[in-house]
Design a protein around this ligand. Structure first.
Ligand SMILES: [Zn+2]
Length: 59
């Protein structure tokens, strides 16, 4: 029967390498390459960087 459970989750996240305060979040822009890259932007200083994964992801 259905029952509500709390599941403990952990996420891999990427902190901004420039200001060390913000988190890198996907802008929605995907760079078409092999493999594809995802553009991210810092939530604090707006620094942009491309990654092969989208942060945060559940581990
Ligand atoms: Zn930043």
């Amino acid at each position: 029967m259905p029952e509500i459970r709390n599941i403990e989750k952990q996420a891999m996240d990427e902190k901004c390498p420039v200001c060390q305060k913000g988190w890198m979040r996907p802008t929605g822009i995907v760079i078409t390459a092999e493999p594809p890259q995802f553009e991210h932007k810092c939530t604090s200083c707006s620094y942009k960087q491309n990654y092969y994964v989208q942060y945060p992801y559940v581990v």
